[in-house]
Design a protein around this ligand. Structure first.
Ligand code: SAM
Length: 740
């Protein structure tokens, strides 16, 4: 078989490079439309041996980590995959954010602006296109290898592309699936050509359709007849008003002497033809009034329009326009029409089947799968895409509860292990206890167990983790490396590079020290010695570096404050101001206010800054442009009357993250930053259960001001409010509510 070769396809030993295969556990960030009680019931069923109820999954993460992490549970179980990967060197990660109008004002304050890709999105873009078509093909090849493993034997893959890469992709897919598993090349006409250019206008996309096994699920689909066909073929109407076409009762071929050769009502088939039906069937058709005699005295079969399914679906799809405004549009540049996905999902799956899309964008696949009663898993690297998908799903009447997941701390652990050197087998699978021990070790060689705080829950202000596998030396299990074409050894071609699992093991304290120093350097702080909780100093402010595997908690803050007070006036690395910067990947909900209050009571000025996931990108690190931003601050007013609690947002301040000064100036009121807010009325310290939400859509631009809930029983409850801003970032806040 002819083979497509690209730079990087084979390693030095001539073995095909293989995708990253580290399976990291998923963390539930949020359950949507499901109360804690319902969720607990499902989990209880599971623990009692009953099958836990399936939850659809919206996963925020790079497919490079998400796909291998899905394999342990889903290898061979996915019935249908549709992907619409980036296939042009266009700006796949920039999006148009909308600054909403303020309803109270007469002026129109609404505006839209382009949100440029974050550094980590640029990184993903470089993974894909950094070395042009060569890197794209490697990226694509690794993707389809994993997708092939996900598919059930009767499953199918649809890959949506266009002329830029479709011909190369076909060769890659043939190699992974086998040429004989190619089912069809669908040509989708997106639009009409309306302007003459210097060459032919491109109005089509290509969808390559492959099956895993020999007998894929296939449910025939039909299109309605065209007006012209109806007019020409179904022009006859019988006495009862039914439209019909006339079809020949004779078929080509001589069948002399068989049951197809007889005289019927004085008519015999012409030479070279025979009756299509036996004489018994002809009698039956006649009795049913389905035979029509034409003016030449030849009987014809009446084919009723209302008994026809339509035109069988072929591979040329011209009847589905692209999304351009209208009620489906969600301001997502590459949004695909629901009708397109509906056709694919109906043809290649049955109700209850599992549908996967690892480049879900605005969520079209998940939305259609949900509407058609399929189970689904949707993933995207962009948090704006995840947020857009969540809002679209919520607008479906009767949407089933779903979970929002990411790889959170596990991905960071994998990064830390790879970057600072522990055995890759440990990556990302450390237990909560080990995480706690790690934190204890972190502080400048402090003895184990000194620090204790609850392990992370993957919530709060967490940045989306995305990790460069090739840099996580220890965590990449299957190795690669690119060699020039001419050096490749023919004899080993075709074999896959074996797993490499060894990386230099070092002790946990050393890893933590190296990690802490790395973060301090990026923060332009100088390490300090002799403390457990204070790690560095910058411009007179002491600096604490949070661990990768747990949010900075209130008890951490107390320990930082206590150590700070003890350290004052003790000599060399003692604090020279009353200020501390606390750097963390995640922060416990209550941190911003309660911790600040506690610190203020101890006369310490504490700032909380998020460690951006950009630190995991070596290029960003090289460029030295890592920015640490303060947490967004949310103010919420609560009112409790008997068992009824009412909440209202009263202020929201976002950090100057990646929003231009121009946009900031355009914001006249804090409410304009808020795109969505949701409430968990009974938070128990684990997953956020989204039980109520309000959000803006293209049509309904306002937000509800208040949320109320009536509790069934008196008690003390923790309520968590989650705000998602117009850029897709989350901010959460926990409140205590006492009902009588
Ligand atoms: C062409 S869009 C998909 C549009 C989608 N079919 C729809 O109807 O809205 C491609 C998506 O792939 C996502 N993406 C690109 N690289 C990715 C990666 N490595 N992992 C996960 N998602 C990725 C982008 O964020 C983008 O949302």
């Amino acid at each position: 078989m002819a083979e497509l070769i690209w730079d990087g396809k084979y390693d030095k030993a001539g073995r095909k490079t293989a995708p990253l295969r580290v399976a990291l556990p998923f963390q539930d960030v949020e359950t949507v439309n499901e109360s804690r009680q319902e969720r607990l019931k499902g989990l209880l069923d599971f623990s009692q041996g009953r099958k836990a109820e399936w939850r659809n999954r919206l996963i925020w993460g790079d497919k490079k980590y998400v796909l291998p992490s899905l394999l342990p549970e889903f290898a061979g179980k996915v019935n249908l995959i549709y992907i619409d990967p980036p296939f042009d060197t266009g700006a796949d990660f920039s999006f148009t954010a909308t600054l909403p109008d303020l309803p109270e004002t007469d002026e129109d304050d609404s505006a839209s602006f382009t949100k440029e890709p974050s550094i980590i999105e640029q990184k993903a873009y470089r993974d894909t296109w950094g070395k042009g078509l060569d890197s794209y093909l490697e990226w694509f090849h690794h993707t389809v290898v994993l997708l092939h493993e996900c598919l059930a034997e009767s499953g199918s893959l649809y890959v949506h592309l266009d002329w830029h890469v479709s011909f190369y992709a076909k060769a890659v897919l043939d190699e992974v699936f086998g040429v004989d598993r190619f089912q069809s090349e669908i040509i989708w006409k997106r639009k009409d050509s309306n302007k003459a250019g210097t060459t032919l206008a491109v109005v089509t996309d290509t969808i390559l359709f492959y099956s895993k096994g020999e007998k894929p699920t296939w449910v025939p689909q039909f299109l309605p007849y065209s007006e012209e066909r109806l007019r020409k073929a179904y022009g006859n109407v019988d006495d009862s008003g039914r439209r019909y076409a006339l079809s020949d009762l004779m078929a080509p071929g001589d069948r002399k002497g068989t049951k197809a050769d007889y005289e019927w009502k004085g008519v015999r088939p012409r030479s070279g033809r025979h009756w299509s039906y036996t004489i018994e069937k002809m009698r039956q058709l006649e009795a049913e009034g389905r035979i029509f005699w034409n003016s030449a005295g030849i009987p014809k079969l009446k084919v009723y329009l209302d008994e026809q399914e339509g035109v069988p679906l072929a591979n040329l799809w011209q009847d589905i326009p692209m999304v351009k405004g209208g009620k489906e549009a969600v301001t997502f540049p590459t949004q695909k029409p629901e009708a397109l996905l509906e056709r694919i999902i109906k043809a290649s799956s049955n109700e209850g089947d599992l549908v996967l899309d690892c480049f879900c964008g605005s969520g079209t696949t998940a939305v259609v799968a949900e509407k058609l009663g399929r189970r689904w898993i949707a993933c995207d690297l962009s948090r704006f895409a995840i947020h857009t998908t969540r809002k679209r799903l919520l607008q479906i009447e009767g949407v089933r509860p779903f979970v929002v997941q990411n790889l959170g701390k596990y991905e960071r652990q994998a990064w830390q292990a790879g970057e600072f050197g522990v055995r890759s087998a440990e990556c990302g699978v450390r237990s909560e206890e080990e995480g706690t021990a790690n934190r204890a070790n972190q502080a400048n060689g402090a003895e184990e167990g000194k620090r204790t705080s609850k392990a992370g829950d993957g919530m709060g202000n967490e940045e989306m983790p995305a990790k460069h596998a090739e840099d996580a030396k220890g965590s990449e299990i299957v190795g690669g490396g690119s060699v020039p074409r001419e050096e490749r050894e023919e004899k080993t071609r075709g074999t896959e590079a074996p797993p490499t699992t060894e990386a230099p093991p070092t002790n946990g304290a050393e890893v933590q020290r190296a990690y802490t120093e790395f973060i301090l350097k990026l923060y332009h702080a100088k390490p300090v010695q002799g403390y457990s909780w204070l790690h560095g100093v910058r411009e007179g402010r002491m600096v604490h570096v949070g661990t990768v595997d747990a949010p900075v908690s209130l008890s951490d803050v107390r320990s930082i404050a206590a150590e700070f007070r003890k350290a004052v006036g003790t000599g060399q690395d003692a604090p020279t101001t009353n200020a501390v910067d606390v750097l963390g990947w995640e922060f416990a909900f209550e941190i911003n206010e309660m911790a600040k209050q506690q610190a203020a009571a101890a006369k310490i000025q504490m700032r909380f800054l998020r460690i951006p996931r950009d630190v995991m990108d070596p290029r960003a690190v090289e460029q030295g442009d890592i920015k640490f931003f303060e947490l967004a601050a949310l103010s919420v007013a609560t009112k409790v009357e008997k068992r009824k609690a009412t909440l209202a947002l009263t202020d929201f301040v976002i950090p100057p993250d990646d929003v231009s000064e121009e946009v900031r100036r355009a914001v006249r009121h804090w409410e304009q930053w808020v795109d969505y807010w949701a409430v968990d009325w009974d938070f128990k310290g684990d997953t956020f259960h989204n039980e109520w939400q309000t959000y803006r859509t293209r049509r309904s631009k306002g937000l509800e001001k208040e949320a109320s809930h009536t509790y069934e029983a008196p008690g003390d409850y923790t309520v968590v409010v989650k705000v998602i801003d117009i850029l897709g970032n989350d901010t959460t806040k926990a409140l205590k509510v006492k009902v009588r």
